[in-house]
Design a protein around this ligand. Structure first.
Ligand code: ZN
Length: 249
């Protein structure tokens, strides 16, 4: 079925789709501000050129599209055949002419949003498997893409800022990073972190346990630090420089 508007009616899904599409628009705007020659420049991700990042974000949309097709048809279509295949495809696509990379970015994004639009309410809870091997309801693809486009728009390194990311996305990132660290705490001997956002009314805590390290800054700068993108605007609660964060994903 091809619909002109989203078939999903659940308010949380509708709100999530809006943030994903706003993120895609923001990412596409930052990408379109780059000249073809600037595609060869560096990103904020160590070792990644803009070409590689643009290829990755486009291919991520295609991979998520496969998950929605899986949910819609019941025919298993994983995001990637393997991590090696994923990496090879990024490396290969990064060598495309700039126009082809732009087309990959645009077409993959449109295809993804059409698949979301045409997925009936009843199918949004169908289970699929992510590239990390997690089994999740397909509705999770909306957040997976949201996170991807907003953060990688900043990674393009041409003026995108965490300050531009909507508060619900920032807050969910902060909660997500804390719970990821929480799950790995024992195995990796991580301290208990907490975030004291100067522009939020309540702190971000992952447990009831007293925190070993409290970080303070705006929610956006805390999210930037927590996702490994620099400590600008972040200190500990006692005014010390922020430590290196554990890795996030
Ligand atoms: Zn990514």
């Amino acid at each position: 079925m091809v619909a002109r508007t989203d078939l999903v009616t659940h308010p949380a899904a509708i709100a999530g789709l809006l943030l994903a599409r706003r993120g895609q628009a923001y990412y596409s705007r930052k990408l379109n501000e780059l000249t073809d020659a600037e595609f060869d420049g560096a990103t904020l991700l160590p070792g990644w050129s803009r070409r590689e990042l643009i290829a990755h974000v486009g291919l991520n949309a295609r991979a998520l599209t496969r998950l929605i097709e899986w949910a819609a048809t019941g025919i298993e279509t994983p995001m990637y055949e393997s991590m090696a295949q994923r990496d090879e495809e990024i490396a290969l696509s990064a060598t495309l002419p700039a126009l082809a990379l732009r087309n990959l970015s645009d077409h993959a994004a449109i295809h993804l949003t059409v698949e979301w639009r045409d997925l009936p309410d009843a199918d949004w809870s169908n289970l699929v498997r992510t590239a990390q091997g997690r089994t999740v309801p397909v509705s999770e693809t909306v957040w997976m893409r949201t996170r991807e486009v907003w953060i990688h728009a900043v990674d393009l390194a041409n003026g995108g800022r965490f300050d531009d990311i909507p508060a619900p996305v920032i807050d969910r990132l902060l909660r997500e990073v804390l719970s990821a660290w929480d799950r790995r705490r024992v195995a990796e001997s991580l301290p208990v972190f907490a975030f004291e956002a100067t522009d939020r009314s309540a702190p971000f805590l992952s447990t009831d346990v007293t925190s070993d390290v409290v970080l303070r800054g705006t929610a956006a700068s805390l999210a930037q630090w927590a996702t490994g993108r620099g400590a600008e605007g972040v200190t500990t609660a006692v005014g010390q420089p922020a430590p290196e964060p554990p890795h996030w994903l």
